[in-house]
Design a protein around this ligand. Structure first.
Ligand code: AHR
Length: 328
C-alpha cells in the first residue's frame, strides 16, 4: 500500500517537471519571453508627435493582433535614450524579435550589437539608422524619404516654371537628426538647386509637431516679409503654420503656397479647402508588412534588406475626390 502511494506521487512529480520544462510546446515559442505559442515582438515607437505617428501606432497594434503576435509596445516620447532603454529591456525579456522606428539616425551600433549577441533579430520600420554594419538588422521597411523630398521640389519647379523673379522659400524641418528630416531636405534641395531663383531664406526644425510648426512659422513671418512658399516636412507642422499665417493676416495656399508630406486626414482636409497646395504621401500603414517580415526573420527565412513603401501625391482636386475614403 505505501509503495502504491509513492508510485502515484512519483508520476505526479514527473508530470509537473515536464510541464515546467515546456514539454509539448511548438518551435514557435523557443527563445520567446512568454513561453506561450505566440511570437513575441518588442516594438519601440518614436512617440505620438503627429497624426502620422498615431495612425502608424494603430496599424502596428491592429496588425499584431491580426497576425497573432504578442506586442510589447514602448513609447519613446521622441527621446533616443528611451528607445535604447526599451531595446535593452526587450533583450532582457528575451523577445523573439525587436522592431523599432529610430528617433534619429545615428548612435545605434552598441545596442544593436547587444541584440545581435543575444541572437534577437531586429527589423527597422519607418526610419533608417546610419550604421555601416548592415548585418545589425535584418531588414528596413519604410518610405523613400529622399524621393518624397524630390517630389515636393518637382511640384514647386513645375508651378513656378514661368516665374522669372526670386521664389522665397521657408522650410519647417522634421526632428533634427532624423532620417525623414535629413532625407526630405536633401531630396527637395537637390531638385530646386537646378534653378537659382529658388531661395531657401529660412530653415528650422519644428520637430514634426503642430505646436512647434506654428511657433517657428510665427518667427519666420516676423523676420521675413516676403515669403512665397512654405515647405513643411509633415502635415502637422504645416497645419500649425497655417494658424500662424492666418494669425498674421495672410491667406494660406494663396499668399503663401504650402507643400507638406504625409497626407493624413487633417492635412488632406486643408488641401481640399485650398489652404495647402500639394501633399506628398507618406504611408503610416506599415503594420501588416511589418508582422509578415517579423514572422519570416524569426523563422530564419530570407527577406529583402530594404522594403520600400508605395506612395503617391495629391493636388487639391485629387484631395477632394479621395477625402471621404481616407483611412487615417
Ligand atoms: O518618420 C515619418 C515621419 O514621422 C512622418 O512624416 C511624420 O509626420 C512623423 O512624425
Amino acid at each position: 500500500m505505501p509503495r502504491r502511494i509513492s508510485a502515484i506521487a512519483l508520476a505526479g512529480v514527473i508530470a509537473m517537471t515536464l510541464s515546467a520544462c515546456g514539454g509539448g510546446s511548438t518551435g514557435a515559442d523557443a527563445g520567446g519571453s512568454g513561453g506561450g505559442d505566440k511570437l513575441v515582438m518588442g516594438f519601440s515607437q518614436v512617440g505620438a508627435e503627429s497624426g502620422w505617428r498615431t495612425a502608424n501606432t494603430k496599424s502596428v497594434q491592429d496588425s499584431a493582433k491580426t497576425a497573432g503576435i504578442e506586442l510589447k509596445f514602448s513609447d519613446a516620447q521622441q527621446k533616443q535614450e528611451n528607445q535604447i532603454k526599451a531595446i535593452r529591456s526587450f533583450i532582457q525579456q528575451k523577445v523573439d524579435v525587436i522592431a523599432f522606428s529610430p528617433v534619429v539616425e545615428s548612435g545605434w551600433d552598441t545596442v544593436l550589437k547587444e541584440a545581435q549577441n543575444a541572437k534577437i533579430p531586429v527589423v527597422l520600420t519607418d526610419r533608417a539608422v546610419d550604421s555601416k554594419d548592415t548585418s545589425l538588422y535584418k531588414t528596413f521597411l519604410g518610405s523613400d524619404f529622399i524621393e518624397e523630398g524630390k517630389k515636393a521640389g518637382q511640384w514647386l519647379v513645375d508651378q513656378y516654371k514661368d516665374e522669372t523673379g526670386d521664389v522665397n522659400i521657408v522650410e519647417l524641418q522634421g526632428t533634427t537628426g532624423s532620417a525623414p528630416a535629413n532625407d526630405r531636405k536633401a531630396g527637395f534641395g537637390e531638385v530646386i538647386a537646378a534653378d537659382p531663383k529658388f531661395k531657401i531664406i529660412a530653415s528650422q526644425t519644428g520637430d514634426f509637431t503642430r505646436a512647434k510648426g506654428k511657433e517657428v512659422m510665427e518667427a519666420f513671418l516676423k523676420s521675413n516679409s516676403d515669403i512665397d512658399v512654405l515647405f513643411a516636412h509633415n502635415d502637422d507642422m504645416g497645419l500649425g503654420a497655417i494658424e500662424a499665417i492666418e494669425g498674421a493676416g495672410k491667406v494660406p495656399g494663396k499668399d503663401i503656397k504650402i507643400i507638406t508630406i504625409d497626407a493624413v486626414k487633417d492635412g488632406m482636409q486643408a488641401l481640399a479647402d485650398g489652404k495647402i497646395n500639394y501633399i506628398v504621401e507618406c504611408s503610416p500603414l506599415l503594420g501588416p508588412q511589418l508582422m509578415d517580415l517579423a514572422k519570416k526573420v524569426v523563422a530564419g527565412e530570407a527577406v529583402p534588406q530594404r522594403v520600400v513603401t508605395e506612395e503617391t501625391t495629391f493636388t487639391q482636386e485629387k484631395a477632394k475626390e479621395v477625402l471621404s475614403s481616407r483611412q487615417y
